[in-house]
Design a protein around this ligand. Sequence first.
Ligand SMILES: Cc1ncc(COP(=O)(O)O)c(C=O)c1O
Length: 390
Amino acid sequence: MKLKIEKAERLKRLPPYLFREIDRQKEEVRAKGVDLIDLGVGDPDLPTPGHIIEAANRAASDPANHQYPSYSGMRDFNAAVAGWYQRRFGVELDPGTEVVTLIGSKEGIAHIPLAFIDPGDIALVASPGYPVYHIGTQFAGGEPYFMDLLKENGFLPDLESIPPGVASKAKMMFINYPNNPTSAVANKDFFESVVAFATEYNIIVCHDAAYSEMTYDGYEPPSFLEVDGAKSIGIEFHSLSKTYNMTGWRIGFAVGCADVISGLGQVKSNIDSGAFQAVQIAGITALEGDQTCVEEMRQTYQERRDILVAGLRSAGLSVEKPSATFYLWVEVPQGYTSAGFAGLLLTEAGIVTTPGNGFGAAGEGYIRMALTVDRDRIREAVKRIEGIGA
Ligand SMILES: Cc1ncc(COP(=O)(O)O)c(C=O)c1O
């Protein structure tokens, strides 16, 4: 019997699910027995390093870790985060007031609008972008204003093009570098302009740095918090998911402006009870232990990146070689839409990719490929793409 109760407006107002058609095609191709190469999902195929798993195993056996954790994080985890920020970026953080542990950074990104956005308030979000920024905003009753990320601007938002009337009503801004899905990176000059803009208009900046360690050719992305004044108006979201192949463990954190962290903490204390302590202890081992595993992860993706970029270019496709993230943002050939080209790769080559418009209207004209299969499968993908003569 069908439920006679309507879903809440916030669910009914969600944008249409743009991957429906590609999902349908994927099932159809799979049902024909085609050996699919899935470059669609941004989930590392590499395992969590052994020393982190061992730490979790030991901690999981300790009854002290079986009770409710603190919603804001264990003191030792928050201190490990502060230590990592100091070593990695030279940024000082007070673990007591400027760090909060998250059940994955997605959790914090989805919840932060509940702390600061009232119905009618605006949040500035990127298009294309990670969808949780605008959906979290809408769930809180706010209105997203989309800042287009365009190739001619290096896929950075053009802050000057935001109408002053919009900027004055905006309460939050989400930015994300290294970027998903465009793989663009930002330097400190850009962060300085964001701080100046946000200070002028009184806007909280949420910088999502989930991919800051997934980098190539020795590139080291800066933290937003390295810029003068950033800690007075902004926070940075971070995650162990991509750095240590821990997507399934659900552990991340937010750091920065104490008042913003406290707002997020207040929401969390009413909604969740913190990450499992054994997972936090594993996280401490990850942040404080030997970082060789991170370098190995970078080498693995760099090799895949080089094979795929060379292969796509020799097939005549236009793609930048990214200096961070495990995504390639590939321009679709003339005459195709994002969905049309993703459909062609799926039906003619058995390759799953993500149409760029699924990340926002400004992603039209691109597809995203994730480097989440091994190099032999990447070589196979290249052969198939060359075979269809795209
Ligand atoms: C840009 C970006 N931010 C945040 C996340 C969420 O990561 P997690 O919740 O695993 O920390 C993702 C996941 O793919 C992402 O791409």
